[in-house]
Design a protein around this ligand. Structure first.
Ligand code: GUN
Length: 283
């Protein structure tokens, strides 16, 4: 069997068109959705990420501001900037790009963001809302994965989902989202014994470890759906995921490629969350 691709670029395009339409409707009511992206220091990967986020906003008709600060910025100054953005009515979403320089307590900065503007979904109030099924912002990457499953009409009820990875940004919220859709969820991680025995039982596998070839064809049940959150480089320096794509695509029913899979969906869901924040603020 050769798996069907779940195309993150195509789905993003469709969802971003919807965002642009809803943004136009809000603008007609006098509200332009606004995102503030804060970057501290000169991490090269972060610079690329924030540029892409700001560009995506512009392309969808959202207002965005990029605030760049020296790596020597103090924690107190950053907290003061966050507070100013919390009180800025033209800003509906605030994103502080991670990682932050070591002298700044990232968790403290995240908790300083107003939960109403926490479009990354990293605040403990957002995590608590997800856990209890209350309204709040969902972290963009696992939210994008849920949209990808929705796009193929996948019914998660009673299905076994195995999430590989337990980060606060992907693995844990991913597990909660799948649980909310009535999947039976297993979270595997670096200390898990016999990962293959678990993945072979899975109807859905989400690989979110950050290591190449964590999932190979012999670990996948025929017909399973495989979502690859990984962003790694292979020996030739080419972008690749956590999944051995060439092998697994012969076993799975659906699979996300890297690049062009989950990656573009993360930024798309940031736009969706920012729009949602602006809609909530205007109601
Ligand atoms: N660094 C890497 N990914 C992300 C993300 O999704 N949000 C933020 N704020 N920082 C990141």
């Amino acid at each position: 069997m050769t798996a069907q691709l779940i195309d993150g670029n195509a789905l993003s395009k469709q969802l971003r068109t919807e965002v642009a339409t809803r943004a136009q409707a809000l603008k007609a009511k006098g509200v332009t959705p606004g995102l503030a992206v804060v970057l501290v220091g000169d991490n090269p990967a972060s610079q690329v990420y924030v540029r892409n986020k700001v560009k995506a906003c512009e392309d969808s008709g959202l207002h965005s501001v990029l605030e760049k600060y020296e790596a020597t910025m103090t924690e107190a100054d950053l907290l003061a900037r966050v507070e100013a953005l919390n009180n800025d009515p033209s800003i509906h979403g605030i994103l502080v790009q991670l990682p932050l320089p070591a002298h700044i307590d990232a968790q403290k900065v995240i908790e300083a963001i107003s939960p109403a503007k926490d479009v990354d979904g990293f605040h403990i109030a957002s995590a608590g809302a997800l856990m209890t099924g209350m309204p709040g912002f969902w972290p963009c990457t696992p939210y994008g994965c849920m949209k990808m499953l929705e796009s193929i009409g996948y019914d998660l009820r009673g299905k076994h989902a195995v999430v590989i990875g337990r980060s606060n940004i992907v693995g844990k919220p991913m597990a909660l989202m799948l649980l909310q859709k009535d999947a039976t969820v297993t979270v595997a991680h670096s200390r898990t014994q016999n990962l293959k025995a678990l993945t072979l039982q899975a109807d859905v596998i989400v690989a979110a470890v950050g290591k190449r070839n964590v999932l190979t064809a012999d670990m996948v049940k025929p017909g399973a759906v495989v979502l690859d959150v990984g962003m790694n480089r292979n020996d030739e320096g080419k972008l690749c995921g956590d999944v051995d794509f060439e092998g697994v695509k012969e076993v799975a029913s659906h699979i996300t490629p890297v690049p062009g899979g989950v990656g573009p969906m993360t930024i798309t869901m940031l736009l969706v969350n920012t729009l949602e924040a602006a809609e909530r603020a205007s109601n």
